[in-house]
Design a protein around this ligand. Structure first.
Ligand code: ATP
Ligand code: ZN
Length: 210
């Protein structure tokens, strides 16, 4: 029997809850900060600890059979994977925001403007759907400083409390996508009995919680 592999975030917002849900499924494994791979003692499973951005592709390419990652990261990576189960944590919303002093008042007024983001794929899809022709400036982080520096007229980013926006003189303008952590699987593992067993355990952990 082949040992399954599941990829989860090594450190960051999804790590703790991802480890917790696997432990609550009765899986026994060591969770050392330094290790990149853990073997589950009581189930044919290995856990790979990765950057979240790498998880969708690893699952798509079959390097991992399963993964736990935010929907936003899957969509951004354009990964072809099966969505097996929403997990109820890591919830956030991706929003367009503008400067609190901005004259931009509706989506049409973004035409001809520049939007800074780390999520160009999701943003481009949204703008296309809305028929808006705006320039996308892709930067890898701290997008909130863009408008103040004159780099962009608006930003597109993950917003949870809005405190970061506010402290940079920005206000939320349009909701584009809501996201949460999901369990994904490689397209070819659907009828694997161990995957079915694990999925069933995850679902009973989730339903015991709600
Ligand atoms: P990594 O080092 O693995 O690349 P990261 O810095 O890209 O980590 P985190 O900040 O840990 O990522 O966020 C992981 C995921 O958590 C996000 O992709 C998103 O789905 C979710 N999330 C939930 N709330 C927030 C939030 N307030 N800000 C950012 N991400 C959030
Ligand atoms: Zn990341």
């Amino acid at each position: 029997m082949k040992t399954l592999k599941i990829a989860i975030q090594k450190s960051g917002r999804l790590n703790e809850k991802s480890v917790e849900i696997l432990k609550n499924c009765g899986l026994s494994f060591e969770n050392y900060k330094s290790s990149l791979i853990a073997t589950v003692a009581n189930f044919p499973l290995e856990i790979l600890f990765l950057r979240d951005d790498d998880i969708p592709e690893y699952v798509q390419d079959g390097i991992a059979d399963l993964g736990i990652v935010g929907e936003n990261v899957i969509v951004e990576a354009k990964a072809e994977v099966n969505y097996l189960q929403k997990l109820g944590f890591g919830k956030c919303t991706l929003k367009i925001a503008v400067q609190a002093t901005s004259k931009i008042q509706n989506l049409e007024e973004l035409n001809g403007k520049a939007i800074a983001t780390s999520y160009p794929v999701i943003l481009e899809k949204f703008l296309k759907e809305k028929g808006i022709d705006a320039a996308i400036r892709t930067i890898s982080g701290s997008v909130e400083i863009g408008p103040g520096l004159g780099l962009s007229d608006a930003i597109f980013d993950i917003v949870s409390t809005g405190a970061t926006l506010k402290s940079n003189g920005l206000m939320p303008f349009a909701d584009v996508m809501s996201s949460e952590a999901v369990l994904i699987g490689n397209k070819s593992i659907l009828d694997n009995p161990e995957v079915a067993e694990l999925l069933q355990r995850i679902r009973s952990v989730l339903s015991a919680k709600s």
